[in-house]
Write a protein that binds this ligand. Structure first.
Ligand code: ZN
Length: 133
């Protein structure tokens, strides 16, 4: 794992939250993107080398809608940048972690991604992400 790539934050209204985060970080969102397959709308901010990803559900059965219904708005996942997501998935599987995605899928912000189940990481949803080449 190279670094924390971004923190994912689940929000109810991304336009309203975008205003708050622009004020908080003193910089504008550099990308808004809808990932239809995931039922989410995302907004990305840069803070030095790190990023914040705001996520809003676009469907009622989106994982973000379920998360907010259960826990309210807040930190949803931590994403780690990896060089080779395939070998990282194999390594973590070998260490006994439960992968939600054994095969990486396409995510927002030009990444291929895979999630680890929070029950194998003491409650935190972990995302692995690798820049698409
Ligand atoms: Zn993410």
């Amino acid at each position: 794992m190279n670094k924390i790539e971004h923190l994912g934050i689940a929000v109810s209204n991304i336009e309203e939250s975008a205003k708050i985060y622009e004020k908080l970080l003193g910089s504008a969102c550099y990308k808004m993107e809808e990932v239809e397959s995931e039922g989410v709308k995302t907004a990305f901010y840069k803070i030095g080398e790190s990023k914040i990803e705001l996520l809003q559900a676009t469907t009622d059965d989106s994982p973000i809608a379920k998360f907010i219904a259960k826990k309210g708005q807040g930190i949803h996942h931590i994403a780690f940048d990896v060089t080779d997501i395939y070998s990282e998935i194999e390594r973590l599987k070998g260490e006994g972690f439960e992968l939600i995605n054994l095969t990486p899928k396409s995510g927002a912000d030009n990444k291929i991604i895979a999630f680890l189940h929070p029950k194998s990481t003491d409650g935190i949803l972990v995302e692995l992400c690798q820049e698409k080449s």
